[in-house]
Design a protein around this ligand. Structure first.
Ligand SMILES: Nc1ncnc2c1ncn2[C@@H]1O[C@H](COP(=O)(O)OP(=O)(O)OP(=O)(O)O)[C@@H](O)[C@H]1O
Length: 644
């Protein structure tokens, strides 16, 4: 990006600015296609590859269309193919009509013939109109079904993918393309493919007529539109590259837009007066995106029109030749009409063939992204023969030399971590920001797999279990819990889908989390909508939301309880009450919680101190205080602050 600026001062500035879209230059690199050799042979071989690739893409597209709706696919195919003959029939009727008019004028024929032919012509024209209306209906319905089918497939696949997939920006761009661009492409490809066959039918029937008058003319008419095709295919793939390269900029625009239009961000945006700044950046990014699009659209159309003019010139030449032939008496007026129609039709068929093909080629490129996304295999999967979890999981947890690095990170988040938690024990995990505490929890839930070492649950490596089943044994609340735009009951019930409607259990979970009292004060209690996206719901405070999220964790009666800073937003009384209850709540369950408040940490049976991804200390509060090392230092620091 910076390179494109070319001016030294701006380049230096750009280097110090992260490429986040929030600050710095809004330019994005010109879409550059991979270097390709230019010679004729290379071009031909590229064309062969793209033809083969596009043709190979067809069965997949046909399958997608069929999955969306077999009936509509058949309707569309039959009408499209049948309408292939209509132009030839229409042209032929025009000839016959003209000849019978001339015959009637010269008293060689009757008006009854003309009426019959006109009626037939009406029939054909009506059929043309009906088939075009049916095609439109079938296409738009199929498009709806198709969008639904593909979005469903994308959603389903995304829900199966591992967490890390969503954290890489390249894969996120791919996901965006698959979700937004791809749904319209298969039908477009299918329509082009059917159009291609229809045009071939028209073409074959028409060419027969043209060849019969002059093979040379047929050849000229065939060759003229080729340049138009070349320009089409070149710009077709450029458009694809542009969209692909535009994806990051579009995502940044979406993000900026959400910063200004989403309730949770609006407060801070207003406080710091960021609204106009974000709006302006959104506009600037939009201008860059538009400029790219404009250049390409103009280039593409100017180019194809120029090439198209060449085809028109040939068409006019043919018309002139035939007209002169008619004047010379070598052709009838009807022949003239027929041959003119045939010549024009062959012209447009050939252009149509090439345009349909280049359209298919372009659509296929977009679809490749969809297939690539759908082919991405989830990295966290169940083994071929998952070991069934025992009906009563004891909750014995062992970390054995566990190391973990986030994809693309320079330093490991965890390094050689080993410790053991006995069944039913309560352990507090402490450490500075970034020490690796949340990562430890995520590994235990198998949201990631360790890069080295292993984690055992009841003596078995957790990778031997089915991760979905493993997670049913864990009740968890993360720091960045979700605030669902639903009712209070739904917000809690989602913690255990099997008990989504078990109101008694939901109320019990709320009581355990200390959320019951606030819910009772809501306009319609548990049925009150929370959040304002869909209904005029109630806005809760940060602490009240946290209690709801806690209740959701308690909703699942699992043998392992994991709480990542469960009281960060709670008031002192609520925090005290929760930890009071935690003794009862954690009875019979292995419990791990992260906290930065040492008054709550000391209540745990054992304390694990992490430091830069390593276990620094592990033991009871008393033992760690006696050791007088890192934990004792942090504890004293906080205690002194309170006593001052
Ligand atoms: N999704 C991620 N991708 C890449 N790196 C990450 C990701 N999440 C965390 N990290 C990095 O891993 C390290 C450990 O993070 P972790 O969230 O486990 O820390 P923590 O001890 O829970 O911190 P805190 O007390 O601030 O919550 C940090 O350096 C962080 O930058």
């Amino acid at each position: 990006m910076e390179m494109a600026l070319g001016r030294r001062g701006r380049r230096r500035m750009a280097q110090s600015v992260p490429d986040s879209g929030l600050t710095g230059p809004v330019d994005i690199p010109e879409p550059e296609q991979p270097e390709q050799p230019k010679g004729l042979r290379a071009r031909l071989s590229r064309m062969r590859t793209s033809v083969a690739g596009t043709v190979r893409g067809l069965p997949k597209v046909a399958k997608l269309t069929w999955q969306a709706s077999p009936t509509l696919t058949i309707v569309l195919a039959v009408i499209t193919l049948a309408s292939g003959l209509l132009p030839t029939v229409t042209a032929y009727i025009a000839k016959v009509l003209l000849d019978s008019v001339v015959a009637a004028i010269q008293h060689r024929g009757s008006t009854a013939d003309i009426v019959r032919i006109t009626l037939f012509q009406f029939g054909v024209l009506a059929a043309t109109a009906i088939s075009s209306a049916l095609t439109t209906i079938a296409q738009s319905l199929l498009q709806e079904r198709m969008t639904l089918t593909i979005r469903h497939q994308v959603m389903k696949h995304a829900s199966d993918l591992h967490l890390a997939y969503f954290e890489g920006s390249a894969s996120y761009d791919m996901l965006r393309q698959a979700a937004q661009e791809a749904p319209t492409r298969p039908l477009s490809m299918m329509t082009s493919a059917l159009g291609l066959i229809r045009t071939m039918i028209t073409f074959a029937s028409m060419i027969a007529l043209l060849v019969s008058i002059s093979p040379l003319l047929a050849l000229v008419a065939l060759l003229a539109p080729i340049p138009a095709f070349i320009s089409q295919s070149k710009y077709g793939s450029r458009a694809f590259w542009l969209t692909f390269m535009m994806s990051p900029i579009k995502r940044r625009m979406d993000y900026l837009s959400s910063l200004v239009t989403t309730d949770t961000y609006a407060k801070e945006t207003k406080l710091f007066g960021l609204g106009p700044y974000f709006v302006d950046r959104f506009r600037k990014l939009g201008v860059v995106a538009y400029e790219r699009q404009r250049k390409l659209t103009v280039k593409r159309n100017v180019s194809s029109t120029s090439w198209g003019l060449l085809s028109t010139l040939v068409g006019s030449g043919i018309a002139l030749y035939i007209a002169l032939e008619a004047v010379g008496g070598r052709l009838t007026l009807g022949d003239l009409a027929l041959y003119t129609a045939a010549a024009t039709s062959v012209q447009s068929s050939v252009t149509g063939l090439f345009t349909a093909f280049s359209g298919m080629y372009e659509n296929n490129l977009y679809l490749d992204t969809l297939y690539k996304f759908l082919d991405t295999t989830p990295e966290i999967t169940a083994p071929a023969k998952p070991r069934p979890l025992p009906s009563t999981v004891e909750g014995h947890i062992q970390f054995e030399s566990v190391s973990f690095s986030y994809p693309g990170a320079d330093e490991p988040a965890l390094h050689g971590v080993s410790f053991e938690i006995r069944p039913g024990e309560t352990v507090a995990v402490v450490g500075r920001n970034g020490a690796g505490k949340s990562t430890l929890f995520k590994l235990l839930c198998r949201l990631y797999d360790p890069t080295a070492g292993r984690i055992l649950l009841d003596g078995v490596d957790i990778r031997e279990y089915d991760p979905v089943e493993l997670r049913t044994k864990i009740s968890a609340m993360f720091q960045d819990y979700v605030t669902y735009q639903g009712t209070a009951a739904e917000n809690i019930g989602l913690g255990d889908l099997n008990r989504l409607t078990d109101r008694e259990h939901i109320e019990d979970s709320a009581r355990r989390a200390g959320a019951d009292e606030r819910i009772a004060r809501l306009p319609t209690g548990y049925d009150s909508p929370l959040g304002r996206w869909f209904d005029q719901g109630v806005s809760l405070s940060g602490g009240e939301w946290q209690k709801i999220a806690l209740a959701r964790a308690f909703q699942r009666e699992a043998p392992i309880l994991i709480l990542d800073e469960p009281t960060s937003a709670l008031d002192a009384q609520a925090e005290h009450d929760l930890f009071d209850r935690l003794h009862t709540l954690s009875r019979g369950r292995t419990t791990l919680y992260i906290s930065h408040r040492f008054s709550t940490v000391r209540q745990a049976e054992r304390i694990l101190l992490l430091d830069h991804g390593k276990v620094a200390e592990y033991g009871t509060h008393e033992a760690l205080m006696a050791a007088d090392a890192g934990y004792a230092e942090l504890f004293t620091l906080q205690a002194e602050a309170y006593l001052k």
